[in-house]
Ligand binder design. Structure first.
Ligand code: CTP
Length: 149
């Protein structure tokens, strides 16, 4: 069996190939402080693809689409593996969707989407680099403007 830097889990999700510097941001998205299950975090691990990578393993949790959409904005190379009984039963690359609803806040303070009871909505104008256009005020935001909800 091959050597693992961060030990295997029995059931849950593994977020792999995270750009190393974004690892703790991904951890925040996944709200790992509130998880009661086993959580393993590795950073600055060697990766052929990225040079250095981060990895997060959460026992007993299947990550949902909303979490995957948020992760895509800050760790575009990430891969998700779903583990059942120590086997990888599903593997997918995280992808930025064409539309983001209720994920990101508009950086324009006067935008109607910042009012209570309005769900912010963005069309993804470019995926690499990320460029989002607000559905309401039509302003464009880049990676540095992104504030996750
Ligand atoms: N993994 C785990 N627990 C298991 C099985 C796998 O934590 N019971 C983790 C591995 O450590 C790895 C990821 O899930 O980080 C994907 O496993 P696998 O597909 O076996 O590894 P690789 O072939 O290296 O994956 P990739 O091709 O995506 O790099």
């Amino acid at each position: 069996m091959k050597h693992l830097d961060v030990s295997a889990i029995k059931d849950g999700s593994v977020i792999d190939h995270i750009d190393s510097k974004s690892t703790l941001k991904v951890a925040d998205i996944l709200n790992i402080r509130n998880e009661e299950q086993v959580v393993l975090v590795g950073m600055n691990l060697t990766s052929k693809l990225l040079g250095k990578k981060g990895i997060i393993k959460i026992g007993g949790k299947i990550i949902d689409q909303k979490e995957a959409n948020k992760i895509a904005l800050i760790a575009p190379n990430a891969t998700v593996n779903i583990i059942k009984d120590y086997e990888v039963v599903k593997k997918f690359k995280i992808a930025v969707p064409d539309v983001l609803e209720g994920i990101v806040k508009c950086f324009n303070p006067n935008c109607v989407s910042n009012d209570i009871n309005v769900v912010p909505k963005f069309n993804v104008a470019s995926k690499n680099p990320i460029k989002l256009q607000c559905h309401y005020c039509e302003r464009f935001m880049g990676t540095q403007d992104i504030q996750l909800i």
